[in-house]
Structures are given as structure tokens and as C-alpha cells.
Design a protein around this ligand. Sequence first.
Ligand code: DAH
Length: 341
Amino acid sequence: MEQLIKSIGQEVRAFAITSKESLENFRLKFISKKGLIPSLFEELKGALPEEKKKLGKELNELKQLAEGKYRSAQEETENTTDKPHEGIDLSLPVIPNKLGNQHPLSLTRYRIIEIFERLGFNLADGPEIEDDWHNFTALNFPPNHPAREMQDTFFIEKNPDVLLRTHTSNVQVRLMKKQSPPIRSIMPGRVFRNEAISARAHCFFHQVEGLYIDKNVGFADLKQTLYSFAQEMYGKDIKIRYRPSFFPFTEPSAEIDISCLICKGKGCNLCKHSGWVEIAGSGMVHPNVLRHGNIDPEEYTGFAFGMGIERVTQLLFRVNDLRLYSENDIRFLRQFRPVLS
Ligand code: DAH
């Protein structure tokens, strides 16, 4: 009998209770009236008197072991159900997770950066809160000259020397002072102008500035660089033209137009029926600007350009209202995917 108590003890320990059903099986097998342990108590009655005490003690220990295991397993299984999926219809289709996507202006910015990086330009950055000198004076805007009014500026009332930059050209002289030529950089960023908001204008928008300074840089380099860019961005059939213009910080200056992608040059609302759309201002860096950046204009020349990211995006994705970019309407924002090279 001693042997039997031991082996039933082992069985009790090894019995795995994982559900309400196995809990009940455990009870029936070991504890219930007809179970193994009560039947051992029956047997004990017929044991030899000198063995009874020892066997009785062992049997009681076995009983406590089995009842203890039963009670703790009972507590554990109480709150669980044998059918964990009850009440859930597993055949229902899943609700897909919504993936976020990048803002169209970011997509365009990355694409512009990618193209210019392949042309050997690196990335540079400058402040959005700027002083008058970097935004205007260093760029050869004379004091009180109407050229300053070309760009309606947000000034800080308490200190009119501080302003929100009106263009990314503010980074040009900062870069020249930090680095000696050759400089070949693009500077994307946000710019601000005090303008009434409409489909065609906003009080803030985005530009990419480009600057290339080295020995013997000429207008032909400017033309070919921007032509290569336009072809990469919009396809080999794109046409490009340079219109004489004026910027205080370049001489000569030119505005860059590309053939309208919407009407393929036939004339539409976007190109104001001219067949051409302006994408950038550009020119050869003015000697005064080079001097402000501590670069000798006798030794070095350079070209610069400033491109509107909204405009480039508009042509890429056919968006014709500038306000959409900053309204945060998810129905608009969800429609854009990266432009592949
Ligand atoms: N900063 C000019 C603007 O915002 C654009 C521009 C024109 C940038 C000519 C340049 C440039 O670098 O050379 O209208």
C-alpha cells in the first residue's frame, strides 16, 4: 500500500489541469467519493495495526496535496472559459490598419534633393527667423530700395531687424562664410510672406535654393544643370526657357519656365494660356554677394537659383489650389505616393 500511495502521489503531481474539463477529471479521478484517494482510505481500514499510523499519515499528506492542487487550479480556471473566442465572429473580414503617407510637398522635396544629389549637390540648412542683413543687405538689396518690397515681409514689431525669411536665399551668404569654394549645395525650407491667402498665394510656402560657386562657373552651367533637373523631374520631352529678369543678388538674372505639363504647351488656366509655367528664379551670383560671403569675385564665380516647391508639386500631382497643402484634410493627403525615378 505504501508503494501505491507514492505512485498516486506522483500521478497527482504530474496531472496537467488546463481547463475546466480537466479540473473535473482530476476531481473525479482522485478526490471524489469513488476516486482513488477515498478508496485508499477504505483500504487503510484493513491495514495491520502497527502500520496504520504511518500509512494514515502518508495518506493524509496525499489527500492534502490533491485537494491543494485542486483548489488552486479551481481559482485559476474560474475566470477563464474553455472557448476563449466565444462572442467573437472569426469569419468577419479584418479592418485593415490605415497606413500613413508622406505629405505631397515632402515627396517633392525628397525627389528634388535626390536629383540634385546625383548632380553633385549636397544639402544645407538655414534659419527661418532671420536678420535683415542675411535676408536682404548681404544679398545686395539697397536700404529703402523698392526691391525690398518685391517680397512683403513679416517683421518683428519690437525689433524690425528680425524677420521671417522671405526666401531661402538667406542661406547663401551663411554658407559662403562657413565654407570656402567649391560650394555646390541645395537648401530647401519654408519661407514667409505677408500676403492674402488665396488659391495662388499663401503667407508661407516652400523653396529650394541652389548655389554653385567655383572657378569658371558660367551661365551655361546654370542652364544645363536646371535642364537636367527638369528632364529628371518631368521627363525627357520637357522644354525649358530662360527669361531675362531682375534680382538684386544676381547679374544677369533669369526666370526659368518649363513647358506646361497640363496642356502640353497648348494653353490652359495654369499657364495662363501661354504654354509656359515659371518654376524658378536664377542668375549668376552678384559680385557684391560673393564679397559679403568673403569670396573674391575675381577668382570665383557662381550661379544660384530659387525654386518653389509648391509649384513643382502642382505640376507633378496636378494640384491647383495652394491652400490644400496646409489644410490637413486627410482625404487630400492620402492620395499621394512617392514619385519613382
Ligand atoms: N529668392 C528669389 C525669390 O524668392 C528666388 C531666386 C531668384 C533665388 C534668383 C535665387 C536666384 O537664388 O538666383 O523670389
